[in-house]
Design a protein around this ligand. Structure first.
Ligand SMILES: [Zn+2]
Length: 392
């Protein structure tokens, strides 16, 4: 299964370009259908473009596992696909053991989890949970000015049907997502897997710096309205504020216009990703960055507009479910994470849990992300144990 996915959307960097509803994602989605059908599982696409494969009849009190098949730009092989592949292999193992589910078991592939194409992470699960307005979502645009509405039409889905899906969400009694670890907490332990405790609150903010295009050779420094300087000051302020408050803040994406070596930029647009252990710290960090950005922009006679694009509250994974998994899996480490997940979105409605598989490099959202076959198999075993316990 890993080999079948290996070349889909692979860039020369070795990383993956699998953005929601683009060609590589559609190839992966067809693969999901094939995997489900090959196992005699009933497969369907919900109104928000999420794919589901079902073992057992009925859709209530279901135990669901899975993850996502899309990637960040030049992402690794494991983030997402590991959870989906593990889910199918766990079903295979359960069948080999003669297990008969007492509750329906579902495998899900959530759409556009990374938000790489339309800027909103966990797009499919947010829509299903009513955490994103469908009209706003349909108007979202990718880099080529293709709206989500058009992308759904191109993927032969009905854009007018997207939105809250309470029956489906309420039909889930537990959701367990297997995911590659995105840090190095397990790297130096003897543990192959861990459970998640919480997801840090996080958000994305768009900063637009408006300056004045001019000649890089003939415009005196004093006459410039250079948005790049205000932007650069903001990047440094972000680092400082994050450090001061124990969080993380990142400008990883930036557009400059006209983007010419010999011109002072006219416009710089950059995106801040900020995460912190609690809400208060998150607000402090972002407020500090904004304040610094404002004064830097004023100093350089540059206009500044900041728009909050998304904001996600802290997620504490369900304690009872975590205790149950910890009991079944025999006391494994419990870790918080700074990364968002569909399990976090769902947790507002159903008990959710996450099983992390050790990543020796600690790299994530990068081709260097890794997991050994042995550890992945431990992750599948853990999922088998958990599904037996929850769906028995
Ligand atoms: Zn992921």
């Amino acid at each position: 299964m890993w080999a079948q996915l290996a070349e889909v959307g692979r860039a020369s960097s070795g990383g993956y370009l699998r953005f929601g509803f683009t060609e590589p994602d559609l190839v992966n989605r067809a693969w999901f259908v094939e995997q489900a059908k090959g196992r005699g599982l009933e497969v369907e696409t919900d109104r928000n473009g999420n794919q589901w494969a079902w073992w057992g009849s009925g859709r209530t009190d279901a135990v669901v596992t899975g993850s996502h098949l899309d990637s960040v730009p030049h992402g690794g092989a494991f983030d997402g696909p590991l959870g989906v592949v593990s889910a199918f292999l766990a079903v295979d193992a359960l069948r080999e053991q003669g297990f008969m589910p007492g509750k329906p078991i579902g495998i899900v592939n959530f759409a556009e989890e990374e938000g790489s194409r339309f800027g909103v992470a966990c797009l499919g699960s947010r829509l299903a949970c009513g955490a994103l307005d469908p009209e706003k979502a349909l108007a979202l645009m990718d880099e080529r000015n293709v709206t989500l509405r058009q992308a759904l039409l191109d993927a032969e889905l009905d854009p007018d049907d997207i939105g809250p899906d309470p029956d489906r969400v309420n039909g889930i009694s537990a959701f367990v997502e297997v995911h590659v670890e995105q840090g190095k907490a397990l790297a130096h332990t003897e543990h192959s897997v861990a459970l998640a405790s919480a997801i840090w609150p996080h958000g994305r903010w768009q900063f637009d710096f408006a300056g004045e295009a001019n000649h890089a050779g003939t415009t005196a420094l004093v006459d410039r309205h250079d948005p790049m300087i205000a932007y650069a000051s903001t990047v440094l302020a972000a680092r400082q504020a994050a450090q001061a408050h124990g969080g993380v803040a990142t400008f990883g994406k930036v557009h400059a216009l006209p983007n010419a070596t010999n011109a002072v930029a006219e416009q710089v647009t950059a995106w801040l990703d900020c995460r912190a252990p609690d809400e208060e710290l998150l607000v402090s960090i972002v407020d500090e960055i904004r304040a610094q950005s404002n004064s830097a922009s004023a100093r350089h006679a540059v206009g500044l507009a900041v728009v909050e694009q998304s904001r996600t509250a802290i997620v504490e994974f369900d304690q009872a479910l975590r205790d149950r998994l910890n009991g079944a899996l025999g006391n494994i480490p419990v870790l918080p994470t700074g990364a968002g997940h569909d399990a976090g979105v769902l947790s507002a409605h159903v008990p959710t849990a996450m099983v992390f598989v050790r990543n020796p490099t600690g790299h994530s959202h990068s081709p260097l992300e890794s997991a050994s076959v042995a550890d992945c198999l431990v992750g599948i075993d853990a999922l088998v144990t958990v599904l037996k316990d929850l769906a028995g």
